[in-house]
Design a protein around this ligand. Structure first.
Ligand code: BEZ
Length: 212
């Protein structure tokens, strides 16, 4: 199934290391990151799951729940978690789905046959409290993810949902942002951004980050 930004995240019930999860109910009023990895007991995946575990507070701070998935069974995940905790000096504190029947992998198009016929690639789906898909990122098995980029995207989504702004290239939380091109009316502009803005061209208008 091909998913697009703005689609409703497919709902499912699947077993996990923390018991069965009904996805939409589990997300509740929060946001979620659903991320797949190719296989348990592999080096890159071990570092990724360890990194994610160490960053759970950062996800919590942004009101984002974390859910991992691979096609390995729950019992294998549970054994592997001991290795992750020991080798990565981490404490895996989010559920990992045991997607042996590839239900979730199929719904989210996580198996890319030209990479591997049976294993999931490294997908990342960011899902908002309305269960709308806001970001889709895909990495090959050989490239471990940069979680800073995932936080950067979440921060951008949360900021741009709240204010009539967009975030430019290489933006990080606290940097200047751009005023949405759709905001053209001068009075509305002044009312929304009373401290003024910096105009490079009529379409490239910068302001300090509103929430900062
Ligand atoms: C890894 O996690 O190290 C890995 C998994 C599948 C293919 C290549 C690397």
């Amino acid at each position: 199934m091909t998913l697009h930004l703005g689609d409703t995240a497919p709902d499912f019930t699947q077993n996990s290391t923390e018991g069965p999860i009904q996805f939409h109910k589990w997300i509740g009023d929060h946001s979620a990151v659903l991320f797949s990895h190719p296989a348990d007991y592999t080096p890159v995946c071990t570092t990724e799951l360890g990194s994610a575990a160490k960053l759970v507070e950062e996800f919590c701070r942004r009101d984002v729940k974390v859910l991992a998935v691979s096609v390995d069974p729950v019992a294998r995940h549970t054994d592997w978690i001991e290795d992750i905790n020991e080798t990565q000096k981490a404490h895996v504190n989010f559920p990992i789905l045991g997607d042996q029947d590839r239900k979730v992998a199929g719904l989210y198009d996580m198996i890319h046959p030209k990479q591997n016929n049976t294993r999931t690639v490294r997908s990342v789906f960011t899902i908002d409290p309305k269960k709308s898909i806001r970001t889709i990122l895909t990495y090959p098995a050989s490239t471990g993810r940069e979680f800073g980029e995932i936080f950067r995207v979440i921060d951008s989504l949360q900021l741009t949902d709240k204010y009539n702004v967009a975030t430019p290239a290489n933006w990080h939380n606290g940097d200047e942002v751009v005023i949405s091109p759709s905001l053209k009316d001068k009075d509305t502009l002044t009312a929304k951004f009373p401290k003024g803005h910096r105009e490079t061209t009529p379409y490239l208008r910068m302001i300090p980050q509103p929430s900062h």
